[in-house]
Design a protein around this ligand. Sequence first.
Ligand code: HEC
Length: 162
Amino acid sequence: MPRTVRIILFCLTFAALIGGGEAVVANTVTPFDRAVGTPRGQLHSPYADFAGVAQEGHKIYLSHDCNGCHGGGGGGGMAAPLTNEVWIYGDDDDTLFRVIALGTGSLSPNDAFQKQGFVRKGSENVVGPMPHFGEIFKTDDEIWKIIAWVRATICERHPAQC
Ligand code: HEC
């Protein structure tokens, strides 16, 4: 085989290997990177039936110490309540996912949250930044399940807002 052909074959094989590697990386996009890489308004929960995964979502919430700031039932504590009528940045799936994944204010790495144009619309008694969890959670699914639990809890406590 002529040398150039061998070199070309080698390069093609190498490129295929690298290409395969990228496919694996694509499967492991963190929720943080998902929130940075997806235009606003395009993140949607897969759980239309949020009550069905609410219990699982609550377990994930408790096991990640969200309750340390938001209270075990989401009714607030050191930080904003999650289950009252006030939404600081908005109540849609896309916004809630980004608040959790990117964090807010000075706790959002590289100002990722503010760079997406978010400003406070609602105000709670306590005002401060939210830490980012988009690298602690390994999958989007965990965040969607927590959001499902927040929505199910609101429906239970304030049926009129549901
Ligand atoms: C160190 C305290 C702290 C922890 C831990 C924390 N948060 Fe927060 N969270 C905040 C603060 C402070 C805000 C308000 C952010 C702002 O005004 O920019 C907030 C805002 C939110 C909001 C928006 C609430 C609204 O009314 O609009 C959601 C949703 C939320 N957090 C979910 C979570 C989840 C889920 C977890 C766990 C994975 C969590 N938080 C862990 C402090 C915390």
